[in-house]
Design a protein around this ligand. Sequence first.
Ligand code: FAD
Length: 469
Amino acid sequence: MPKQIFDTLVIGGGVVGCAIIRELSKYNLSVALVEKESDVGEGTSKGNSAIMHTGFDAKPGSLEARLVGSGSVEFRTQVAPAMNLPCEKIGALVIAYDDDQKNELDQVIARAASNGVDEVKRVTPDEIYALEPHLAPGVKGAVSVANESIVDPFAPPIAYASQACLNGARLMLNSTVTGLRELDGECHEVITTSGSYYARYLINAAGLWGDSVDGFLAIENFHIKPRRGEFIIFDTAASRLVSHIMLQVPTPKTKGILISPTIFGNVILGPTADDIEDRGSPGITRDGMDKIRKLGAKVMPELLQEDITSTYAGTRPATEFSDYQITFNGDRRYVTAGGIRSTGLSSALAIARYVVEGLADMGLSLKEADNFKDYRRLNSLSEYAPRPYQQVERIKANPKYGQMVCFCEMVSEQEILDAMQEPIGAASLKSIRKRTRAMMGRCQGFNCAPKVNGMLFDHNGVDIKSLVA
Ligand SMILES: Cc1cc2nc3c(=O)[nH]c(=O)nc-3n(C[C@H](O)[C@H](O)[C@H](O)COP(=O)(O)OP(=O)(O)OC[C@H]3O[C@@H](n4cnc5c(N)ncnc54)[C@H](O)[C@@H]3O)c2cc1C
């Protein structure tokens, strides 16, 4: 028998897997997570639109509608304020550009009502132009959804996993699962590139590889059909043009291309929705850029005149089904949280509760831990609140909050030190970027990356070349 058998082990450290270990760590259980990358939140969870959706447009009665609705309310009203995770309720406008789309707007309102989403109302063209004066002429009407919010997309997986680790969960990074074996009906062997781990209950939250991980146990409930989304990020100067999340009338395949402020003070335009074969790192394409530029030019021509800071792409773990594929295999003590394609950032907390309730039904004994520790992130990266370099008292107490390393994004030396000292400390340039915004601005790290590299070297004492990976 193996020396250590975890009660529960999660495969995949995206926003879903991290929310699940956070939820599990509220109980007297041994909890582990294995992730193939060197940090959490490196899969689909780092390439999304960063909208905390209300679920107004989800298919009524679907599992997605239920979980997005409750997950996003919990995030907005409880978890984000408690953990210091940026979340701004700026509201969305679902805009009709032709008569067919205008006719759809009543459906949008009806759907929102079926999904229990309130503060949704019709807006006239005059009202729209008062709210968003830079839109191109010709808008036919819109629906406003007051509670749609923008967030820092990188923070939730880091914060959820950090809280879980503070409460005893173990995180195994750089560990790709290559096989699963059931041992004597007692536990699973999880074979990874960093060795084998053992657990009584397994949860597959492997995102784009969800069906492959199921395949290790000869389970075949769905097939991943990767769907790429590409974005353009405009410079912060463009923020004067856009105040709300501006959405198209959604179709069954996609929520359409949006224009939205980001929590970091930029404006994004995107995403596309293209079915592709490759599940690996998605790149941007000329075709994708052309598509979003074309739509952007139609909706807000002025935006296309603004400077571009960067571009990025993410891949949705779509399947042949429109709804989430969350399945409980009680006999084998195995759960799959798969096919969380377009809304997992918003629903993750509710998915976690749903999965843990299902595990209890499968026989996992849940006894609440006596002293579940709170976790609050030290620094918020939101431009909607004073940043550390703008907080005089903080700089007086620690002058390193006033010493800039990244001048494009105004990131101080102390914020980078804080990021390295978090419960899941940043140990590479990409991890520093997600936790601080350093290297995310106009120069994309041309000026500050060497300094950040040096700080990583001083802190971790490892070869600088290995940090770039
Ligand atoms: C273009 C786009 C826009 C989006 N916009 C929004 C939005 O605005 N709002 C919203 O709520 N949602 C949005 N989403 C959806 C959201 O990003 C996803 O639903 C969510 O990130 C899925 O999280 P996940 O944890 O299931 O997957 P992932 O984040 O992909 O996590 C899975 C993890 O499993 C790991 N893994 C895979 N195989 C293995 C293995 N064999 N061994 C070990 N680890 C493994 C991966 O490395 C990865 O880290 C968008 C998605 C895209 C692509």
